[in-house]
Design a protein around this ligand. Structure first.
Ligand code: AMP
Length: 185
């Protein structure tokens, strides 16, 4: 059973690797960022509420993402496993997820992958990507938000012995190979 959380800074390659691995394992790749972008595109009530935060590089309020993750993990396609990408992004979300998974899976351990990439490489990758929230000012803010609010999750999960670190500063295929190697060990 593969149940994984992908941590890592914006630009670390979480989305790409999570997608590849999910495909490999035939389990859903659940990206809160993708779900929010789709909702914004369709201008659903969730999208309208999230828009302003996403475009500024701020985190959307917990309530919105917690609800959407709870709903998504209730879908039947998650029964054989899942990969969460971009959630949790702060300790309060990690605590919410903990409770949710305890209720659902009765303490089965979920593993957490941290993709490590040096800062200068992150910036170059993000500038090259060209997403709507990828202009330099917003990128800076997203990296700041990551350092302040998300990076503490590395210690949070390391202390609980759930953390696996992977060198994200390699070619796509090399990162995938290392990931497949460590999640099976
Ligand atoms: P991502 O595609 O993961 O880089 O997410 C893009 C944007 O969506 C982020 O900059 C946040 O504004 C928002 N977002 C995604 N996931 C979360 C989350 N777990 N908590 C709060 N905001 C989020």
């Amino acid at each position: 059973m593969t149940r994984l959380i992908f941590l890592g800074a914006p630009g670390a390659g979480k989305g790409t690797q999570a997608e590849t691995l999910a495909h490999h394992r035939n389990i859903p790749h659940i990206s809160t960022g993708d779900i929010l972008r789709q909702a914004m595109q369709k201008q659903t009530p969730l999208g309208v509420k999230a828009q302003d935060y996403v475009s500024r590089g701020e985190l959307v309020p917990d309530q919105l993402v917690n609800d959407l993750v709870k709903e998504r993990l209730d879908e039947p396609d998650t029964e054989q496993g899942w990969i969460l990408d971009g959630f949790p992004r702060k300790v309060s979300q990690a605590s919410f997820l903990d409770k949710l998974l305890q209720e659902k899976h009765n303490h089965q351990v979920v593993r957490v992958v941290n993709l490590e990439v040096p800062d200068d490489i992150l910036m170059a990758r993000l500038l090259a990507r060209g997403r709507a929230d990828d202009n330099e000012e917003v990128i800076r803010r997203r990296l700041e938000v990551y350092r302040e609010q998300t990076a503490p999750l590395i210690d949070f999960y390391r202390d609980r012995q759930q953390l696996i670190s992977v060198n994200g500063d390699q070619s796509l295929d090399e990162v995938t190979a290392e990931l497949l190697d460590v999640i099976d060990s």
